[in-house]
Design a protein around this ligand. Structure first.
Ligand SMILES: C[S@@+](CC[C@H](N)C(=O)[O-])C[C@H]1O[C@@H](n2cnc3c(N)ncnc32)[C@H](O)[C@@H]1O
Length: 211
């Protein structure tokens, strides 16, 4: 089983040996990898019965049915969570992730990879009493991804930290990506749309000078 680079990077953030709750496991590739390579016991959950049926087949094929529990549920509904567990939620939009998180008991460590609105995600999870422990930016098959590990704690953050990430704002590859991305948008905006152009110019300046 070959894990995508994105899932491999998520795996690097998972604590060794702890219980993992993988919300939206899809085909459970990550859970299989973590059980075999990171000494984790996993609970693999999904809201989609078809995805979970394939996950169960994959787990069985690897002989890991004793080690990976599967559960058909919405988010963390009905799952017993301990402080030391690592909760992983990856490959969903920020609103779906926040809906799941806000109605659940959470552990001290969350590993989240949202498809969009990472600034909103950071702010909302920090407001729930977490700090950002690690951030990873990667491009996999031409698509950009951000993975964030949150830990229980308190720290004051600035708006720029929510926007670009308190760790990623120093990441050269991420800054280069954003620079190219905003410049490509700017090129497509008509010269008459002064306000919109100003917004992107400002973003480019903020990336350059981190203000
Ligand atoms: C794009 S896949 C991502 C799979 C895997 N986590 C990854 O990152 O590769 C999103 C998965 O989340 C599941 N999902 C969406 N909303 C969910 C929810 N509220 N609770 C549990 N699973 C959910 C979907 O059924 C789907 O299998």
């Amino acid at each position: 089983m070959k894990l995508s680079r994105r899932l491999q990077m998520i795996a690097t953030l998972v604590d060794i040996g702890v219980k993992v709750i993988d919300v939206g496991c899809d085909h459970a590739y990550l859970d299989i990898y973590l059980t075999l390579n990171n000494s984790n016991n996993c609970i693999a959950t999904d809201i989609n019965p078809n995805a979970l049926a394939i996950a169960r087949k994959n787990i069985e094929k690897e002989g890991l049915s004793e080690k990976i529990e599967t559960k058909l549920c919405d988010g963390l509904d009905g799952i017993q969570v301990s402080d030391t567990d690592n909760i992983i939620i990856a490959g969903m939009g920020t609103q779906t992730i926040l809906n799941i998180i806000k109605k659940s008991n959470l552990s001290d460590t969350l590993i989240i990879a949202s498809n969009n609105d990472t600034d909103i995600l950071r702010k909302e999870i920090i407001n729930l009493g977490y700090i950002i422990d690690s951030e990873i930016f990667l491009i996999d098959k031409n698509k950009p991804y951000i993975i964030i590990k949150f830990k229980k704690g308190y720290k004051k953050y600035r708006n720029i930290d929510y926007l670009f990430g308190p760790i990623l704002k120093y990441n050269k590859e991420y800054k280069k990506y954003l620079n190219n991305y905003y410049n490509s948008i700017l090129k497509k905006i008509s010269k008459t749309k002064i306000k919109v152009r100003f917004k992107y110019r400002l973003l480019l300046l903020r990336i350059k000078f981190l203000i």
